[in-house]
Ligand binder design. Sequence first.
Ligand SMILES: Nc1ncnc2c1ncn2[C@@H]1O[C@H](COP(=O)(O)OP(=O)(O)OP(=O)(O)O)[C@@H](O)[C@H]1O
Ligand SMILES: [Mg+2]
Length: 135
Amino acid sequence: MVCRGLRHRFGDYVAVDGIDLRVTSGEVFGLLGPNGAGKTTTIRVLNTLLPVQEGVVTVLGHDVGRSAMAVRRLLGYVPQQLSIEAALTGRENVTWFARLFDVPRRERRARVSDALDAMGLSDTADRLAGPTRAA
Ligand SMILES: Nc1ncnc2c1ncn2[C@@H]1O[C@H](COP(=O)(O)OP(=O)(O)OP(=O)(O)O)[C@@H](O)[C@H]1O
Ligand SMILES: [Mg+2]
């Protein structure tokens, strides 16, 4: 992974201000910094969850700004907090990811069901993903 001059703004606020990094194959890399330093924003750009606004990022030979889908197919990302949408059902959450990964619309329903089956989640897939509140 190579990252040159990566800069990311939320509105006028500069959250990542020109990062240069090179992480080689097989290397274990830790990105440390104080709260709000821009670590999560950086990782989200690297794995295509945020757009590359400024700078060049290459992951496994692919330009992240131009070939987001190729990068998504090669990367795994385990965030600190689970990125599921509590207000959607499990099935709707998985469908969202299927869309993210360009699973063709006509195959989506079946492949989402297969994935839920494989995880043993079919029985609960149509309940809301978030915690149920006591009445
Ligand atoms: N979606 C957003 N909209 C506006 N500002 C944001 C957004 N996401 C992050 N920020 C701001 O950008 C800055 C960097 O945030 P980021 O989450 O990348 O930091 P971090 O290094 O991961 O912090 P932490 O150690 O707390 O996880 C912070 O000031 C944060 O408030
Ligand atoms: Mg963070």
